[in-house]
Design a protein around this ligand. Structure first.
Ligand code: PEP
Length: 249
């Protein structure tokens, strides 16, 4: 079964409007795409990025959203607002959101429901802390994160879900999970989905890996049986590195 190959760049809180323009122009110049490519600039630069990428196959996506449609939630942005500027995909559950903004599985479930009712796609991030892996709890943690925020969905809604396995200890640290650790977790995630739904559904879900992916390791990681691409942080801020990663798929 062929699944979508995806390379998504999470720019986090980096790049002002000028830096956004420069990086996008560099990416457009050199990119040859086998994969579906997405970039996630900050909210203030989404429209700028959309305009610069008009007619391009690079999709501009959001890093987060609130679960309500509108209301007294100072500083927040809703799915409707994103949709109104042409954003179709949102990253939810990134470990930095969970850690620094205390996002819980229950809140993420509400965000997932809101995104789906707005017909958006979701890159849903899951990942264990280093202590949880050392205690051999990593499979349980990942199962719980998926179960608590996604397993209430009906089968059809899963066509809008892309998963990103991002071990927290590998994000921004330069330390990548081993190929065995990555493949083992991705196949376990697929097994969990097949047990809750069907094997066919499990086989159709793109599962990305994230955590210190760089040009020197991306090809090996992307060649793993159950890896369908990557969510890239630091290396997506450099056009040359990001292009090399995209071309390694
Ligand atoms: C991320 O933040 O999603 C990520 C994978 O970061 P990095 O590639 O920098 O580890």
């Amino acid at each position: 079964m062929s699944r979508d190959k995806i390379v998504a760049g999470n720019w986090k809180m980096n790049n002002d409007s000028n830096q956004t323009k420069t990086l996008i122009l560099e990416l457009k110049k050199t990119m040859q795409m086998e994969a579906n490519v997405m970039i996630a600039p900050s909210f203030t630069n989404l429209s700028i990025a959309k305009d610069l990428l008009l007619g391009s196959k690079i999709e501009v996506i959001a890093q987060n959203m609130h679960f309500s449609d509108s209301g007294a939630f100072t500083g927040e942005v809703s799915a409707n607002m994103l949709k109104s500027i042409g954003i179709e995909t949102v990253i939810l559950g990134h470990s930095e959101r969970r850690k620094y903004f205390n996002e819980t599985d229950d809140q993420l479930k509400l965000k997932v429901d809101s995104a789906i009712s707005s017909s958006m796609k979701i890159i849903f991030c899951i990942g264990e802390e280093i202590g949880e892996r050392k205690n051999n709890n990593h499979f349980e943690i990942i199962y719980d994160q998926i179960n608590n925020s996604l397993f209430h969905l009906d089968k059809d809604s899963w066509s809008r879900i892309i998963l990103a396995y991002e071990p927290v200890w590998a994000i921004g640290t330069g330390e990548t999970a081993t190929l065995d650790q990555i493949q083992e977790m991705h196949s376990m995630i697929r097994k969990n989905i097949s047990e809750r739904y069907t094997q066919e559904l499990a086989n159709s879900i793109s599962i990305l890996y994230g955590g210190s992916v760089k040009p020197s390791n991306s090809h090996d990681i992307f060649s793993l049986e159950d890896v369908d691409g990557g969510l890239i942080g630091g290396a997506s801020l450099n056009a040359n590195d990001f292009n090399q990663i995209i071309n390694s798929i």
